[in-house]
Structures are given as C-alpha cells and as structure tokens.
Design a protein around this ligand. Structure first.
Ligand SMILES: C[S@@+](CC[C@H](N)C(=O)[O-])C[C@H]1O[C@@H](n2cnc3c(N)ncnc32)[C@H](O)[C@@H]1O
Length: 143
C-alpha cells in the first residue's frame, strides 16, 4: 500500500511505524528521511481493532497532533466473527461506540462516535460488520 501511495504523489512521505508509539516511529524514520514531528490530521482506517491497547494508541495520536488538530478513526463495530482473530490477526472483535467514546474522552476530553451507513463486507464469505467513525480534536489549550 505504501509503495503504491509513494508512486501516486510526492506530497506524502510514507514510512512504517507503530500506532502505539508514533513519536518514536517518527524519530526512527527521521534518521533516514524527512518526516514532520506533528500533524494537522491523523487518520486511522481499520487499524484500531489490531491494537490490544486502544488507550495507548489514542495517546500516541494525541502526541503527534498539532494543537487544534484532528484524529479520525474509522473501524469496525462489535461483530460475532471470532475467526477474524485467526484469519486476519484481529485483536478486538470490533468495538462498542460507548467503549470508544469513553477511551477517547480520557485522552481528548470528548468525542462522538457515529455509525456509518456503509458496512465493511466480504463478498466471498458473506460476512459483514458495521463501521463507525470517531473524530477527536486536540484542544488548543493544554489539558
Ligand atoms: C485491515 S488493514 C487496513 C489497511 C488500510 N488502513 C485500509 O483501510 O485499507 C490493517 C492495517 O493495520 C496495520 N497495523 C496493525 N497493527 C498496527 C500497529 N500496532 N501499528 C501500526 N499499524 C498497524 C497493518 O499493518 C495493516 O496495514
């Protein structure tokens, strides 16, 4: 994916890092390539359910966001497909919106999770899960 992205535009600098520790991932990348330390937007699509410690991920996002910046997480709502753990390395079987809101509140002071009208579906197996979106803003004021 990152190779395809790099071919599409020179305005994005792809590098591999850990969502749980983006500041350290950035510092490692900076010893090879020019990468900013903070960002206006952090976007995470279908990544969060792979991470055991969601609070650590949110805190990591917050550390690399500019004041007034926004993080947007799109991920799976709670679903019954336990086989996703084996098949796709999923850690969480989706999330309850209230669970994500509570975790986001601890780091960002507030967040509103909305269900999206589209589903994430696998046409081959017929399995599908609802998606949610959670925008989180970093205050201009220190917390
Ligand atoms: C289901 S794929 C989603 C890929 C892409 N974001 C999309 O929406 O099509 C999950 C992605 O999360 C990445 N991932 C899993 N755990 C991660 C972690 N701890 N830190 C950063 N990326 C992680 C995987 O490498 C994989 O690219």
């Amino acid at each position: 994916m990152l190779e395809v992205l790099a071919k599409r535009t020179t305005r994005i600098t792809p590098f591999v890092g850990l969502a749980e520790n983006i500041p350290e991932s950035i510092e490692q990348a900076r010893s090879h390539i020019a990468v900013p330390r903070t960002f206006d937007f952090v976007v995470s699509t279908l990544m969060l359910h792979h991470c055991p410690d969601v609070k650590k991920v949110f805190s990591s996002f917050q550390k690399v966001m500019k004041p007034g910046g926004m993080a947007i997480v799109v991920d799976l709502c709670e679903h019954p497909f336990v086989e996703f753990r084996e098949e796709m390395g999923d850690y969480h079987l989706g999330f309850k919106p209230s669970e994500i809101e509570a975790l986001a509140r601890e780091t960002f002071g507030g967040a509103k999770v909305k269900k999206l009208p589209k589903m994430c579906s696998c046409s081959a197996s017929g399995r599908s899960a609802d998606l949610f979106i959670c925008p989180m803003t970093k205050s201009n004021q220190p917390r």
